[in-house]
Design a protein around this ligand. Structure first.
Ligand code: SAH
Length: 331
C-alpha cells in the first residue's frame, strides 16, 4: 500500500468517486503509525520582506501594495517565549527571503530560543551550506523548504531567476547536516498537471522527507497570478492523503491554506492523514501583513485565542495534544 506506482497515484487523483475511501484509509494509517496525538508548532512570521519574485506569493519583491515589516531579534525571542509558556514544544520561524537576517543574527535567535527547551524549525528559504551548518550548530532541529512543484518547466515559470537544482541542493544539504527535512508542494498552480502531482508525491518518498506540508494554491490579487483560479481544497487533501499512505510515519500538517478555502479544512485534513497543526503565535499587529495569499485565517486573533481555538477543535474530534517535541518517529 505504501508503494503506489505513478499510474496508480494518477488514477486516484483523477477519480473523485472513491475520495471517502481514500481519506478513511489515510486516517487509519495515520492512527496506526503516528497515533491520535496532534503536534502543535507555534509559527512566528518574523519578516514579510523578500528578495524573490515567486509568481504566486503576495510577499514577492515586486508587490508594492504590501506594507513591509521586520520583527526585531528581541521581539522574536519574546514571542517564542510566550509560545513556550502556552505549551508549544516546537517553534517555527518563517519569513520571506530577507537578507537583513544575517547568519549571525539567525544563530543568535536560535541559541536564545533553544534555551526555552523547545524544538526549533526554520522556514526562511534558500541559504548557503555554511549558513545551514551554522544554524544547525546553533541548535536548529528542522528545516522546511517546500519544493513547491517537481515539474521543472512549471517551477521555472513560477519562480523567475530561481533555480530548481539549487532548491534540490538545499534539501540535500539540510539532510546531510542532520536536520529533520520538511518539504511539500502547492496544489492547483496554473498549468500544473495531475502527473506532476504524482511526481511530487514520489519525490517526497524518494528524499525520505520527515515532514510534508501540502496546500492549495490561492490566487493573490497583487501578483501576476491574480486572474488564476484557486487550487481545489479536495485535490489538496487527496495529495496529502496519498502522501500519508506512501510515507506512513512522517509528520503531516493540516495547513492554514486548507482552512482558508474551507472553514473546516484543518479538521477534515486531521481526519484524512494529518497529525500536525501550526497555529500562529505572531503578535496580531503583524498578521495581516504576512499575506502570502488573501483571506488568511486568524489575522485578528492573538496567540492565546489561537491556542484555545485549535485545542477545542482537536478535542472535539477525539484527538489529544502531544506533550513531547514531536520528532519524526521512524517505524
Ligand atoms: N520564504 C520561505 C517561506 C515561504 S512561505 C521559503 O521560500 O521557503 C511558506 C509557503 O507558503 C511557501 O513554501 C508556499 O508553498 C506557500 N505559499 C506562498 N504563496 C502562496 C499562495 N498564493 N497560495 C498558497 N500557498 C502559498
Amino acid at each position: 500500500m505504501n508503494n503506489l506506482t505513478k499510474s496508480e497515484i494518477i488514477e486516484i487523483l483523477k477519480d473523485d468517486s472513491q475520495n471517502e475511501q481514500l481519506f478513511s484509509e489515510a486516517d487509519k494509517i495515520r492512527k496506526k503509525f503516528v497515533g491520535d496525538e496532534v503536534h502543535l508548532r507555534g509559527l512566528i512570521e518574523f519578516s514579510n520582506i523578500c528578495k524573490r519574485t515567486c509568481k504566486y506569493c503576495g510577499l514577492r519583491a515586486e508587490n508594492k501594495s504590501i506594507s513591509r515589516y521586520r520583527i526585531t531579534e528581541d521581539d522574536i525571542v519574546f514571542y517564542a517565549q510566550k509560545a513556550a509558556e502556552l505549551g508549544y514544544k516546537t517553534i517555527v520561524l518563517q519569513s520571506g527571503e530577507d537578507e537583513f537576517y544575517s547568519r549571525d543574527i539567525i544563530c543568535n535567535i536560535i541559541k536564545k530560543i533553544k534555551e526555552l527547551n523547545v524544538a526549533l524549525t526554520l522556514s526562511i528559504g534558500e541559504r548557503s551550506f555554511d549558513d545551514f551548518k551554522a544554524f544547525k550548530d546553533s541548535g536548529a532541529d528542522r528545516y522546511l523548504i517546500r519544493i513547491e512543484t517537481t515539474d521543472k518547466e512549471l517551477y521555472k515559470k513560477m519562480h523567475p531567476h530561481m533555480d530548481f537544482a539549487n532548491r534540490i541542493k538545499c534539501l540535500e544539504y539540510i539532510k546531510e547536516l542532520g536536520y529533520e527535512v520538511g518539504t511539500g508542494c502547492l496544489v492547483g498552480l496554473p498549468y500544473q498537471t495531475i502527473e506532476s502531482l504524482a511526481n511530487d508525491i514520489l519525490f517526497f518518498k524518494e528524499i525520505n522527507a520527515d515532514m510534508v506540508g501540502i496546500g492549495p494554491f490561492i490566487s493573490h490579487p497583487d501578483t501576476p497570478l491574480n486572474n488564476a483560479e484557486n487550487g481545489s481544497f479536495i485535490q489538496a487533501v487527496k495529495v496529502m492523503a496519498i502522501t500519508r499512505i506512501m510515507l506512513p510515519d512522517i509528520n503531516i500538517p493540516a495547513t492554514t491554506a486548507m482552512e482558508t478555502l474551507n472553514p473546516n479544512g484543518r479538521i477534515i485534513a486531521l481526519q484524512s492523514g494529518a497529525n500536525v497543526v501550526m497555529p500562529n503565535v505572531t503578535s496580531t499587529e503583524y498578521r495581516a501583513k504576512y499575506e502570502i495569499y488573501p483571506n488568511k485565517i486568524c489575522i485578528n486573533e492573538n496567540p492565546v485565542q489561537c491556542r484555545n481555538c485549535i485545542e477545542n477543535k482537536i478535542k472535539s474530534i477525539g484527538r489529544t495534544i502531544a506533550s513531547d517535541y514531536g520528532f519524526h518517529k521512524k517505524f
